[in-house]
Design a protein around this ligand. Structure first.
Ligand code: ZN
Length: 416
């Protein structure tokens, strides 16, 4: 025989061996896609609901980027001007300015800095996992709007006509504010500026799903100066409070003096804060708890804020799989785009809500364990997922344990 023929024979031998091994270790799958199937296949255990599950912001922090992938918040921009048309940017300049500002804000969100406070902290600086996208409402616009209104265009954060908390401009001009975060760029009132006692502060205010920004027109060459102001105000919209206070709901943001710039004095000691939700010259750090609060709102199916996020969790992505190899708990809500596979020796406990993408599945391999602890697994996009696949081999099988009320919804097992 020639050497080529040896190679062919040898390959056939190896292939037939592999085939035999596969036949011997044949794996069969059972689908659990309904409550009835769960009760038939799974072992029921009695356990009270863990009252902390679904609640703690840290259970929503983006430690794992497969579980908490990059989210995109839709934005549009309104430029307010009087009928004279001289108090705000021109259309061309306005578009350019805000595109630069938003790109800079997005860039800063990818460069989350380590917290300076408390001293010697080991707070992780996670990837924030969100960005902004300028979003048109229809094919007739590009997400930028220019309004002329002598009554509602100006911003005043001082004096008897103070209107920073007033929502009238939003009520009149917001567009698609159920799905798009509306940003209003407003000039300070020219009459107040003329007095010399009113300062054109760089300031903003978050009101519902809209926000007002002021001071931009007065600094027309420095859009990047306002990038962290945008990030700060969007932080407010998604549930963050000022972090120099004690009651901001986060243990990783210490109380401090809230100095713009520390000078080593007792009043403003070094180091100062660099947190995004304080007033300081950096605003470049967001803690895991703060990010958890934001992502908790992304995940809250009853929150109006979730609707501002592009629902990328509706798209199945088979290029990656969420593999569970050890003891894992999912205590916060999740919206997944990938299949989930629990390997031999791995154990996954689900304690909250999980949305599975269309056509995706959770596979429990032989020797793997899935624990459904007072949870809900569904598809939040009006589509169907393929349910839980429990695998069995000759010697072993996947195991499901459930406790309390477990909802398995929107699977292909349910005939519609
Ligand atoms: Zn603020």
């Amino acid at each position: 025989m020639r050497s080529n023929e040896y190679i062919v024979l040898f390959s056939i031998l190896i292939l037939s061996l592999i085939f035999q091994i596969q036949c011997n270790k044949r794996t069969s799958y059972l689908t659990v896609g309904t409550q009835a199937a769960l009760e038939e296949v799974a072992v029921r255990e009695t356990k009270q609901k863990d009252i902390r599950s679904c609640v703690d912001p840290l259970d929503y922090a983006p430690y794992d980027t497969l579980l908490r992938p990059l989210r995109h918040i839709r934005l549009n921009v309104h430029f307010m001007d009087s009928s004279t048309g001289i108090h705000n940017f021109s259309e061309q300049k306005g578009r350019k300015y805000m595109k630069t500002l938003i790109a800079n804000a997005n860039d800063r969100l990818t460069r989350n800095n380590k917290m300076k406070l408390p001293v010697n902290n080991d707070t992780p600086n996670l990837s924030p996992q969100y960005q902004y996208v300028i979003t048109p409402t229809s094919k007739d616009d590009d997400g930028f709007f220019f309004h002329q209104d002598d009554e509602l265009s100006f911003f005043l954060n001082k004096g008897k006509d103070k209107n920073n908390y007033n929502r009238d401009v939003i009520k009149k001009y917001a567009i698609s504010d159920d799905t798009i975060l509306n940003v209003f760029v407003m000039p300070h009132h020219p009459d107040s500026l003329k007095t010399g006692r009113y300062k054109a502060a760089s300031t903003g205010i978050a009101l519902g799903t809209s926000l007002k920004l002021a001071g931009l027109v007065e600094q027309p060459d420095k859009p990047w100066n306002f990038a962290t102001l945008l990030n700060h105000e969007v932080g407010h919209i998604f549930g963050l409070r000022h972090s120099w206070y004690k009651n901001d709901g986060c243990d990783d943001t210490p109380v401090h003096k809230n100095c713009w710039q520390p000078d080593g004095t007792e009043k403003c000691p070094e180091p100062g804060s660099n947190n995004m939700m304080d007033y300081n010259n950096s605003q470049m750090a967001i803690t895991p708890c703060q990010l958890g609060k934001i992502h908790k709102n992304f995940s809250n199916t009853s929150s109006e804020l979730r609707k501002l996020v592009i629902p990328s969790w509706c798209d199945f992505d088979g290029s990656k799989t969420i593999v569970v190899k050890d003891q894992t708990q999912w205590r916060g809500s999740l919206d997944l785009s990938h299949n989930v596979v629990i390997k031999k020796g791995g154990s996954l406990t689900i304690k909250c809500r999980v949305s599975m993408a269309k056509g995706s599945s959770i596979t429990v391999e032989p020797g793997g364990k899935l624990i459904l602890d007072h949870c809900k697994i569904h598809n939040d996009c009006g589509e169907q997922w393929n349910g839980i696949q429990v695998a069995s081999s000759n010697s072993e099988q996947g195991e499901i344990i459930y406790m309390g009320e477990v909802q398995i919804e929107n699977t292909t097992s349910v005939k519609s």
